[in-house]
Design a protein around this ligand. Structure first.
Ligand code: RAM
Length: 345
């Protein structure tokens, strides 16, 4: 009898241990799949109050909602590296799974982003790149060479190949604008632009008021100015307003990169004959899917294919020392098509 009861006890114990193991493994499975759903995807834009950044964040959020996961959208008030570093430190403490950043500086985020990657956080840049040591991948909105060169081609056409031009950029450290400006300068080396003179690169810091005052300063310092190129949505909209208020349409041409929603009236009134951009919602969306691919163990290495949701498959290619996926070509907006786009972004 004693033997019988000890056998029953043993069997009960064995069954208990087995079922405990079982439930442990099933809870682990649940946790893993739950974990995937509980991944925290952070997006850090350059600064708050920029509608372009808000559109990108909208796209990022859309992607993560499709994929599953928590979305954290952050931007410093001012477009500085310091502000982004502070935010990224907080995101590391929050234990986020991935960080996508539109950087205010190419190199300055390296220590904090390396710290993030050492903790297993997946890091990518989008829109405005960080150096290769600081990221696993860059999501590039469009070919920087094309973006730069077409601005000069456009401006030359607008002023018949002759006269003084100026650039109104974002911050002096913005890696996307700086790269595009390099390509503009390269394009200007072509002898066909011998009569075009770039007199100044001004920085409105992607702040509306500063962009307005920088435009006014350009007009004052260079009374013969024929055109302004603003490769920033904040800058071009501010310049559009100044040129409109001063009735300079047809006298000082304006082109660059602008949001159709902000630029429609300045295209319709002729202040900006045409300008370019890509879909910022798609760029943010692409960053969301790219972040998820990294979380799902893609490395961001040349030759890998990233699945970017409804945008399709993109091959990872080299970008200097680092790697990137490149979305498309910039799109031209003019009086003929602006009405179709102004309600979209
Ligand atoms: C501004 C920002 C952004 C840039 C666009 C074109 O909104 O500087 O980084 O991509 O312009």
């Amino acid at each position: 009898m004693k033997k019988f009861w000890s056998f029953v006890l043993m069997m009960t114990l064995v069954l208990f241990v087995l079922s405990a193991c079982n439930s442990d493994s099933s809870s682990k499975e649940d946790k893993t799949s739950g974990d995937k759903g509980n991944n925290k995807y952070a997006f850090v834009f350059k600064n708050t109050g920029n509608p372009y950044g808000e559109k990108m964040q909208e796209g990022f959020e859309k992607a993560i909602n499709e994929i599953g996961g928590e979305v954290i959208l952050r931007s410093p008030e001012q477009p500085t590296a310091e502000g982004q570093i502070q935010i990224i430190e907080q995101l590391i403490t929050q234990n986020v799974t991935a960080i996508a950043v539109a950087a205010n500086d190419f190199d300055a985020l390296e220590p904090v982003l390396k710290k993030a990657m050492n903790k297993g956080i997946k890091v990518l840049s989008v829109d405005s790149a960080i150096n290769a040591n600081s990221r696993m991948l860059h999501v590039n909105q469009a070919n920087p060479e094309r973006i730069g060169r077409i601005q000069i081609e456009a401006v030359s056409e607008m002023i018949n190949g002759e006269g003084e031009i100026a650039i109104l950029s974002a911050t002096s450290q913005a890696s996307n604008q700086n790269l595009w400006i390099e390509w503009m300068k390269k394009e200007l080396e072509d002898p066909k632009y011998a009569n075009i003179k770039l007199v100044k690169v001004a920085y409105g810091d992607d702040l509306r008021d500063k962009s307005v005052s920088e435009t006014e300063a350009l007009l004052k310092s260079y009374p013969n100015l024929k055109a302004i190129i603003a490769p920033t949505t904040v800058g071009i909209a501010a310049a559009g307003k100044v040129l409109t208020d001063k009735n300079l349409g047809g006298k000082v041409a304006l082109t660059g990169l602008g949001l159709p929603s902000e630029m429609a009236s300045y295209i319709e009134n002729g202040v900006s004959p045409w300008m370019y951009l890509w879909n910022p919602i798609d760029v943010g969306y692409a960053a969301g899917y790219a972040a998820a691919d990294l979380v799902n163990d893609k490395k961001g290495e040349v030759g890998e294919t990233f699945e970017l949701g409804k945008l399709g498959s993109f091959e990872v290619v080299k970008d200097g020392e680092g790697t990137q996926v490149m979305l498309g070509d910039p799109f031209k907006f003019d009086a003929k098509n602006i009405a179709e786009w102004k309600d979209v972004y």
